[in-house]
Write a protein that binds this ligand. Structure first.
Ligand code: MD6
Ligand code: FE
Length: 201
């Protein structure tokens, strides 16, 4: 796992937030539901790119269309693709960019990112807005964990050994950033979803 503290400067963060506001106007934030129980997540989500991650009573999956408005996800901003190129070490561009929006005590339980067919690519995460307490451990649930603070402009890369580690967000520290006028935190996670085609690299 690699943590690039302050990779995006303030101007880059502001530009990215503006692009995300335009995207969210087309692909509104939705509240995912836990499979089976239907319990709502405390985080609101949307996606950018050819595939988006969704969760509802039927399970977790990637799909090409927004679950409520039924249109394709907006494209990923160039700045996001550039970050992937810089830090992923992966030849092909990301297929999915999950946008998580945390407000008012939202958090995310420990989980593994394992709904992808291809684990050879890392997951790249970009944090904007209030600082989050990120918890991570090993690949077994119930193992020892540590925490890391993710501040606005930080980029985290989970690849190799860390690709399937358990991780989550314990809390977001209110008032730690002035980036978002209404407060809160945005996290973008960039992923490859499909298996690489032999010979296309
Ligand atoms: C978050 N992040 O930072 C949630 N997943 O809000 C994730 O779930 C995550 O940061 C895979 C890799 C990096 C991450
Ligand atoms: Fe995750």
């Amino acid at each position: 796992m690699k943590h690039y503290s302050g990779m995006l400067d303030r101007a880059e963060q502001e530009a990215l937030v503006s692009e995300l506001r335009l995207a969210v106007a087309k692909a509104p934030l939705f509240i995912p539901l836990m499979p089976r129980t239907g319990r709502p997540f405390s985080v609101r989500m949307t996606n950018l790119g050819s595939l988006g991650w969704v969760s509802d009573r039927n399970g977790y999956r990637y799909q090409g269309l927004h679950p409520d408005v039924g249109t394709p996800w907006p494209p990923m901003p160039q700045a996001v693709l550039d970050i992937w190129s810089k830090v992923s070490g992966y030849k092909q561009p990301p297929e999915a960019c999950l946008v998580n929006f945390y407000q008012g005590g939202a958090k995310m339980g420990l989980h593994q990112d394992k709904d992808e067919e291809d684990f050879s690519a890392p997951v790249v995460s970009i944090s904007l807005g209030d600082t989050a307490v990120f918890r991570f451990g090993g690949t077994e649930r119930g193992g020892k964990t540590s925490t890391l603070k993710l501040a606005s402009g930080d980029v985290l890369v989970m690849g190799g050994e860390s690709r399937l580690c358990f991780h989550g967000i314990d809390r977001v520290n209110v008032g730690t950033s002035t980036l978002l006028k209404e407060g809160g935190r945005i996290n973008l996670t960039l992923r490859r979803v499909t298996k690489p085609n032999i010979g296309n690299s």
